[in-house]
Each structure stands twice: as C-alpha cells, then as structure tokens.
Design a protein around this ligand. Structure first.
Ligand SMILES: Nc1ncnc2c1ncn2[C@@H]1O[C@H](COP(=O)(O)OP(=O)(O)OP(=O)(O)O)[C@@H](O)[C@H]1O
Ligand code: SF4
Ligand SMILES: [Mg+2]
Length: 347
C-alpha cells in the first residue's frame, strides 16, 4: 500500500441534492435534501481511503455517485483524468467495470433465489468480454477460492452461509470484473466483531494481490484506522478533515473529529482514564436545512460569529504550514487547532 501514488479518482465539488416534493397529483418541489454538498478528494492508486461520519452524513450517497448508481447534481468525478459523470453508453459501461461496489448488508444484498455461482457470475452477463460463457463456472470457482470459500459451494444458496461468508461472496462478485477501484460501503458493519477482522484482512490481502484502490466507508473511526492509509471525516454532506491516518488519529484539528475520536473505545484502562471525553450538544441538523457557514457550528463548543457567516474551506490552515507540523493537513475549521484526544496506538 502506498499513499503517494498518482490519483486514480479525482472528486471535485461533488453535489447530490434529492428533491423534496409536496402534493400527490401535481408534485411541487419544496426543497432539497443536500445529501452531498461540495465534496472534493483524491483516491490515489493502491491506497485505501477511509470515509467516516455519523448516520445520514452522506457516505452511501458518495459511494453511489462514485460507482455511477446515482448521477450527481453538480461536480466532477475524474477517473484517470476523465470526467465520468458525463459519460453514457459504451464509454460509461467500460468505466463502470473498473469501479465496483461492495455493499454493507450481506443478508439483503444477495438475491436469495440465486445460487452463489449465478450471483458471482452475474456481472459477466453485462460484460461477456471478461469471461466467455464456457469459462464462467471456472472463473467463479477461482473467485470462491480467492476469497477463502470452498469452490465446491458454487451451487449453494445465500442462506446456507454465515454473515462473514456472505460478505466474502459479495467481495467475490465485486472482484469478478477485475476492477481497479472498489468502493466498500460499510462492508463489515453488519458482522460480529470477531468476523470483522477476518474480512478486513481478506480485503487487505486482495488489495495487494490485485493492485486495488479502496474507498472504505464506515461510521466507526476505529474500524477504519487499521485498513486506511488516509481518512476523510464527513459531516452533513461535507468533509470536515482529511489526512493520513497519523494526522487524523494523532493530530486531529477539526472539533468534530476530536469529538468522534474521544468516543472511540480505548482498550488500555490507564489510557482510558487519561483521555478526555468530548460530549457533543444537540442532534445532527437536517440536511434539508443545514446551518449557514460551518455546518458543525450548532454543535461546536468553539463556534464564534464568523462560523455562522463564512463557510470554512477544506484547506491546510496557514498556522500549521510553517515547519512542516504533523497537524498540517486540510481541515474545514476557521479555528483549527491540535488537541490530542486518543493516546498513540501501541505497536
Ligand atoms: N433517494 C433518496 N431520496 C431522498 N433522500 C435521500 C435519498 N438517499 C439518501 N437520502 C438522504 O440523504 C442523506 C444522506 O444519506 P446517506 O445514505 O448517504 O447517509 P449515510 O452517511 O450513508 O448514512 P448511514 O450511516 O445511515 O448509512 C440522508 O438524510 C438521507 O435520508
Ligand atoms: S469553523 Fe467554527 S463552528 Fe466550525 S468547527 Fe471550526 S470553530 Fe467550530
Ligand atoms: Mg450508508
């Protein structure tokens, strides 16, 4: 894994608004849910970018936009330099092949009436050029083997597998077309903790084996730390902060990240006692009516007058630039400052 490579995906000012309508016969738009509202980041070749944030902050919407299950309201997604949001027909199909998704819930994302062989091989129906008909069963057997399942299970049905095994089936399906990018939307959130580590390890092994780049989405910062090279923290449709795992976990500068980190369980009792817990006031505001200026201001203990007036840009704050401080990474806060909330991880 390397976090210094060229960008394979460049996301710029991505916006997805869902219209809010009123009336049954004559639908009138009365507003919009601003699910994603100006998100920019790069995914570098071979890296894992973690995206974390509370429920409803727009993570799955970003995932769907990246794999083209949804069309953005505005903004660009450049894949190897080309804006894929404007593609259609054959060009879109070719790009889609290279950016695949692994879904959260291994219980509902697999069709219960299809055999595992048909589920994993289904992408070949749309892309027969990847595996001609006669070779498909063999390819599916190989994929089962690659994800650690017995190839003899090819004729079984999803209900005959455990949650972890079903997620392996979902991953095999995601790999079928030999993509370059995998967007995994909470791939382990529905699994028992003991199984989560196995699936994360499998994803790491596959990344090396197939030179994959990952966007790994989770609501929990502790899950993301182990697998990510870089982490982006999302709040109410925007990014609060983005940086390497060390920058985000050891030198967080955005109050929202600091609050999230202060709630992450710490195994060491001594460290647990030393660290301070930041409790956030109030609930997440509605994405249909987000606060002006900084979206986090209604829950931020540092909010001042400027925060309501000016949207904080996602930039490296000037005061961290000098002397290459470890906290020098983009943070969307007018008053970004370091505050260590989690003791360094013991190696
Ligand atoms: N098709 C849709 N129509 C209207 N609103 C939607 C639609 N899809 C998502 N939303 C809204 O957009 C916002 C972001 O949703 P999204 O599913 O992206 O959040 P999330 O971060 O993935 O949350 P979770 O952690 O619960 O999965 C939410 O307020 C959601 O209700
Ligand atoms: S810009 Fe203001 S409200 Fe927003 S996180 Fe920073 S201090 Fe808090
Ligand atoms: Mg989601």
């Amino acid at each position: 894994m390397s976090a210094d490579g060229e960008a394979i995906l460049e996301v710029r000012d991505l916006v997805k608004h869902y219209p809010l309508t009123q009336g049954i016969l004559f639908k009138k738009q009365v507003g919009a849910v601003r699910a994603v509202d100006g998100v920019s980041f790069d995914l570098r070749r071979g890296e894992t970018l973690g995206i974390v944030g509370e429920s409803g902050c727009g993570k799955s919407t970003v995932a769907k936009l990246l794999v083209n299950l949804e069309r953005p309201t505005a903004g660009e997604i450049r894949y190897k330099g080309e804006d894929i949001t404007r593609l259609s027909g054959r060009a879109l199909k070719a790009v889609r092949r290279n950016i695949q998704m692994v879904f959260q819930d291994p219980y509902t994302s697999l069709n219960p009436r299809m055999t595992v062989g048909d589920i994993i091989g289904e992408p070949y129906e749309i892309h027969p050029e990847v595996a001609p008909k006669g070779s498909r069963r063999q390819k599916v057997r190989e994929l089962l083997d690659v994800v650690g399942l017995n190839p003899e299970y090819i004729n079984r049905y999803p209900h005959q597998f455990s949650g972890g095994q079903r997620q392996r089936i979902g991953i095999a399906r995601g790999l079928a077309l030999r993509p370059e990018v995998i967007v995994a939307d909470e791939p382990v959130s529905a699994l028992d903790v003991s199984v989560q580590a196995q699936v994360v390890n499998l994803l790491e092994r596959l990344q090396n084996e197939f030179a994959l780049s990952y966007v790994f989405i989770a609501h929990d910062l502790s899950v993301v730390r182990h697998i990510s090279d870089r982490v982006a923290v999302m709040y109410l449709g925007r990014l609060a902060e983005i940086g390497t795992d060390t920058q985000i976990y050891e030198h967080p500068t955005h109050p929202y990240t600091q609050a999230l980190l202060s709630a992450v369980p710490v195994p060491d009792p001594g460290a647990r006692e030393r660290r301070e817990r930041i409790l956030l006031a109030g609930d997440v505001p509605s994405p249909a009516d987000p606060p002006s200026g900084c979206r986090f201001r209604t829950r931020c203990w540092k909010a001042r007058e400027k925060c309501a007036r000016v949207v904080p840009p996602l930039e490296v704050p000037e005061w961290f630039k000098e002397g290459a401080r470890p906290a020098a990474h983009p943070s969307a806060c007018h008053f970004a400052e370091e505050r260590s909330v989690v003791p360094p991880e013991e190696e």
